[in-house]
Ligand binder design. Structure first.
Ligand code: ADP
Ligand code: BMX
Ligand code: MG
Ligand code: CA
Ligand code: ZN
Length: 344
């Protein structure tokens, strides 16, 4: 072509398109807002498509409905504001909460005393009205299972169960690659598997539940009792003042240093949890059990041992792993958003 014609018909060479860079950019910027409501804490986080927690906000979970909703909206507004500066595009909001949840309606049907004023609550409407974003909701244990499936040890595992220990004990069951919700959204309330007819009282109103033996709250109660009787202190642990706050971790430390009372409490807790898990194995027969939460590493070996002693032969070889996720409930809440909004 002569020069004037070339100018008319030929475009400058197009920059070579690097698709992997574009995908990288999408995975970095497309994000979810995740909320986790537990017996103690209220957490909000910006979570990227890759499952990275970009920023996290924590507060004590307020005791009344009004204060709780107000704080949730305030924390979300702050996170949405920060997301802009962090180059995160928020696609929606995922809520993980204690209690029985109807995910289709976005409603918390019922909660135990662990979260007060948290029954028959439409959590979707106030959040979507305030933020103009789509909202997904599920039970916290169920969310933890979703997180393991997408980002953790549950990746590619068809049948697995997760148990998350916080203030209470939450559970999630993946059967044939799907969460089980049950007929009235009460499936996988694994904390309320009962292992004795007349065991300790549980926050659910019953007794003998594994939550009443092995949760953070149950161990804290035992730690306090020993501390009040001046039986918790051991040499090497440092001075515990009479009024000082004690937790499950103090109990574990005391046991490690040879305190026999603390050891006995932990032995009972581990046994209760182990027997509860054996019951789960005999009902849903998963190939993997994932433990998460602050006490997971402590429980892993004793639980595996109880399985060895008490499970049927066919359920003996089931693996028990400790989660490698930082915040399973938050990540699972985010995964509901990321999976739905990017589904083709
Ligand atoms: P939730 O989801 O129930 O609000 P978290 O998962 O945040 O709770 O865990 C909080 C509970 O776990 C506390 O009530 C306490 O029993 C226990 N816990 C968490 N972190 C620690 C810690 N560092 N030391 C001792 N106990 C802890
Ligand atoms: C309770 C129950 C479960 C929840 C579990 C773990 C309520 C409010 N909570 O058993 O639904 O999964 O606690 O909750 O009914 P967390 O507070 O330990 O995170
Ligand atoms: Mg929790
Ligand atoms: Ca559950
Ligand atoms: Zn219970």
């Amino acid at each position: 072509l002569d020069e004037p014609l070339q100018k008319t018909f030929c475009f400058p060479p197009i920059r070579e398109w690097d698709i992997s860079q574009d995908i990288d950019h999408i995975l970095e910027t497309q994000s979810a807002l995740a909320i986790d409501l537990g017996g103690t804490n209220l957490r909000v986080a910006i979570v990227s498509m890759r499952g990275k927690i970009v920023k996290k906000y924590s507060q004590a979970n307020p005791k009344t409905y009004e204060a709780r909703i107000e704080l949730i909206l305030k924390m979300c507004a702050e996170a949405v504001f920060d997301a802009v500066h962090l180059n995160c595009r928020i696609l929606g909001v995922g809520v993980s909460t204690g209690g029985r949840v109807n995910p289709q309606e976005g409603v918390i049907l019922h909660s135990t005393k662990l979260i007060q004023e948290w029954s028959s609550i439409d959590i979707r409407t106030p959040i979507s009205d305030a933020l103009h974003l789509p909202v997904w909701v599920d039970n916290d244990g169920n969310c933890a299972a979703l997180a393991e499936k997408k980002f953790g040890h549950g990746k590619g595992v068809e049948n697995f169960v997760t148990i998350i220990t916080g203030t209470g004990i939450g559970g999630g069951i993946i059967q044939h690659n799907e969460l089980i919700h049950g007929s009235t959204f009460c499936a996988a309330e694994l904390g309320h598997i009962m292992v004795s007819l007349d065991g300790p009282e549980c926050m659910c109103g019953s007794r003998g539940c594994i939550e009443a033996y092995a949760s953070g709250m149950a161990l804290q109660k035992e730690a306090k009792r020993l501390h009040d009787e001046e039986l918790l202190e051991v040499e090497g642990m440092g001075d515990l003042k009479k009024a000082e706050f004690v937790s499950a971790i103090h109990l574990i430390n005391a046991a490690r240093l040879g305190n026999s009372k603390a050891e006995a409490v932990l032995r009972t807790a581990s046994m209760a949890l182990g027997v509860g898990i054996v019951n789960i194995l005999h009902v849903v027969n998963p190939s993997l059990v994932i433990l998460s939460g602050v006490l997971a590493t402590h429980y892993q070996a004793p639980v595996q041992q109880v399985i060895g002693q008490r499970a049927l032969t066919s359920a003996q070889r089931i693996q028990v792993l400790t989660s490698d996720l930082e915040e399973p409930a938050l990540l699972g809440a985010a995964s509901m958003v990321l999976d739905y909004t990017t589904r083709r």
